[in-house]
Write a protein that binds this ligand. Structure first.
Ligand code: PLP
Length: 321
């Protein structure tokens, strides 16, 4: 099997000082839109939808969701319909993320926060399934058993790409880390960097997703001390550190997921967490489209950050690519 993404060594004075080697698994390069863990998590969900003859997918996300953005295009490419149940206000329907999702044919249904909180409840899902009997319901972030099968392929590729000691990934809903744990079979240390401020919640999510055989593995942990204030929160100094690291290694990161992983890595190295000669792999989970919402809201200055993977819809021809 040839690898879907490369494993790229990166160099930084902190790594040299602490005698550590770091490589990045470039899943962000898989596709401009369906990149990173999105591609991995959607792959078997979409194949399953096709196999059971579903008309399409129903899924969930916020107004800036990487999953919604990627799922819309992936469904269009697979000739599946897509319905996105979106948390929050219709006012956001023309933001970068949702404008592209609509353009790729996703039908958006906005719900208030109270309704959105029902998204994993059995009775709500049954009701939704009755309303849309021909659709496959995929949870928020695409994190379900089928997503684990897709994520497992990262480990299969890494095992062919060389030896390493520790694999690090950002964690938002738990599917990515659960897939890695399941496939790694306790060979390596797996560190998940929580991007949320909810101690214990993600460990539980990961445990719930793990198949029985993988529940006994003890080679993983979710680190809860690097969320920097909560989901999508960061201060200008954090943003500056991410940006300057990105420039020095020549790989773009964004501050909601992969950037928090980078800050955690640097803090852990400085704190002496890793022994000398440790071989670390960082999983680049993509998500650069999320920068658009921060430019739109003036949270980040666009001129200092990388070009978006796909130009805003109103500035571009109406095609992607
Ligand atoms: C870019 C990016 N990285 C990492 C994650 C976290 O993955 P998971 O939700 O599977 O924990 C997400 C959310 O799905 C994401 O969009």
């Amino acid at each position: 099997m040839s690898a879907l993404s490369i494993l790229q060594p990166i160099h930084h004075p902190t790594f040299i000082h602490h005698k550590i080697s770091v490589q990045v698994k470039r899943d962000d390069q898989i596709d401009k839109v369906i990149s990173g863990n999105k591609w991995r998590k959607l792959k078997y969900n979409l194949l399953h939808a096709k196999a059971i003859g579903a008309e399409g997918i129903i899924t969930f996300g916020g107004c800036f969701s990487n999953h919604i953005h990627a799922c819309a295009l992936a469904c269009q490419q697979q000739q599946l319909s897509a319905i996105g149940i979106i948390r929050g206000e219709q006012d956001n329907q023309n933001n970068y993320t949702l404008a592209w999702a609509k353009h790729w044919g996703m039908q958006l249904s906005f719900v208030d926060r109270k309704t959105y909180r029902l998204r994993n409840q059995e009775s709500y899902l049954q009701q939704l399934q009755q309303q849309f009997p021909d659709y496959l319901i995929v949870p928020e972030g695409g994190s379900n058993a089928l997503a684990l099968t897709g994520m497992a392929e990262v480990i299969a590729e890494l095992n062919q790409q060389g030896e390493f000691d520790t694999l690090i990934t950002p964690v938002g809903s738990g599917g990515t880390l659960a897939g890695l744990i399941f496939a790694d079979k306790a060979q390596h240390e797996l560190l998940g960097i929580s991007v949320l401020k909810q101690d214990g919640y993600l460990e539980q999510q990961v445990n719930e997703l793990l198949p029985e055989a993988a529940k006994s593995y003890r080679n993983w942990q979710v680190m809860n001390q690097f969320h920097r204030g909560g989901y999508a929160k960061f201060n200008p100094h954090d943003a500056q550190r991410i940006r300057s690291f990105a420039k020095s290694v020549g790989i773009d990161f964004e501050p909601v997921y992969s950037g928090k992983m980078i800050l955690a890595l640097l803090d852990l190295i400085e704190a002496g967490y890793f022994p000398a000669h440790q071989r670390i792999v960082l999983l680049h989970t993509g998500g650069l489209q999320g920068l658009a919402g921060m430019f739109e809201r003036g949270i980040l200055p666009q001129k200092d950050w990388p070009t978006l993977p796909v130009a805003p819809i109103n500035q571009k021809s109406q095609s992607y690519g």
